[in-house]
Design a protein. Structure first.
Length: 250
C-alpha cells in the first residue's frame, strides 16, 4: 500500500503537471552538423544546445552562413544532424523514416520562407488548401478551411488570384495561411520579411505575431532585422556553431 497521504498525492500530481508544462516543446542537445566536401569536413554546429518552451516566439540572428536555415531544417525534419538529439513537438525527429518525417511536417510544423514558394498555376485559395489535400481531405473540406485562413490573413477578396497577381506582402500572407492551415504546433519562419520593404515587413510581422498569440503557437524566427527580433520573447545569436542570448558571450 502506498504511504502517500491524499494531500501529498495531490501535491505530487500538481508538481508533475507543472513539470510537464515547463518541459520544452523543442529540445536540442549536443547537436553537430558536418558536411563532407572536396576540401574536407565543414562543421556548422558543434555541441549546440537549444530549448524552446510552448508559447515562445524566439528570434535567431547571426551572420550569413552561420547555419540558421540549416538549424530550422533539422528542427523540422527536412535535414538530419550528424550527431546529437533533436526533439521537436514531442517527437524525436532523428528517429523518423522519410515517410514519417513527411507526416510529421504536415501535422506539426508550419514553414514560412523568405520566398513564398506558392504554386504559380493555382489560386491563393488552392495554394492554402494544398497541405490539407496532401493529408487526404476532400477538396470541399480543404477549400473551406483555406477560405477561413485567407479571412484570417485579410485576403479573402484575393482568394481567386494567382501568386503573380499578388504583391510581395500578399504572397507572404498567403504563404503564412498555407503554413498554418493544418493546425501545427510549431511555426518555423526563415527570413519571412527579408524580401519586403520596411513598411510591408512590419505589417507581415504584425500578422505573424498576432497569429502566434491567437493560435497558441511555438515559433522560431530567423531574421536579420534586429528591430523585429527585439519584439520576440528572446533573441539568440548563432555564432561559431553555438547559440547564445543576444548580448551575452557565445
Amino acid at each position: 500500500m502506498s504511504s502517500i497521504v491524499p494531500g501529498a498525492a495531490r501535491e505530487a500530481t500538481r508538481s508533475g503537471r507543472e513539470a510537464e508544462v515547463r518541459a520544452p516543446l523543442i529540445r536540442v542537445e549536443n547537436l553537430q552538423k558536418t558536411y563532407h566536401t572536396q576540401r574536407g569536413g565543414l562543421t556548422l554546429f558543434q555541441g549546440l544546445e537549444l530549448e524552446v518552451f510552448a508559447g515562445e516566439l524566439v528570434a535567431i540572428v547571426g551572420q550569413s552562413g552561420a547555419g540558421k536555415s540549416t538549424l530550422l531544417h533539422i528542427l523540422g525534419a527536412l535535414d538530419t544532424a550528424t550527431a546529437g538529439t533533436v526533439h521537436c513537438a514531442s517527437t524525436n525527429v532523428a528517429q523518423l523514416s522519410a515517410r514519417q518525417a513527411a507526416a510529421f511536417r504536415n501535422r506539426e510544423i508550419g514553414y514560412v520562407w523568405q520566398f513564398h514558394y506558392l504554386l504559380p498555376e493555382f489560386t491563393a485559395l488552392e495554394n492554402v488548401a494544398m497541405p490539407l489535400l496532401a493529408r487526404g481531405q476532400t477538396r470541399r473540406t480543404a477549400l473551406a478551411a483555406a477560405s477561413n485562413w485567407l479571412r484570417e490573413v485579410d485576403l479573402e477578396d484575393r482568394r481567386d488570384h494567382r501568386p503573380g497577381e499578388l504583391s510581395g506582402g500578399e504572397q507572404q500572407r498567403v504563404a503564412l495561411a498555407r503554413a498554418l492551415v493544418g493546425g501545427p504546433r510549431v511555426l518555423l519562419a526563415d527570413e519571412p520579411t527579408g524580401d519586403l520593404d520596411e513598411t510591408t515587413a512590419r505589417k507581415v510581422f504584425d500578422l505573424l505575431e498576432r497569429l502566434h498569440l491567437s493560435h497558441g503557437l511555438t515559433s522560431i524566427l530567423v531574421t536579420h532585422n534586429l528591430e523585429l527580433a527585439a519584439r520576440c520573447t528572446r533573441t539568440l545569436r548563432l555564432e561559431s556553431g553555438r547559440l547564445a542570448r543576444l548580448g551575452q558571450p557565445s
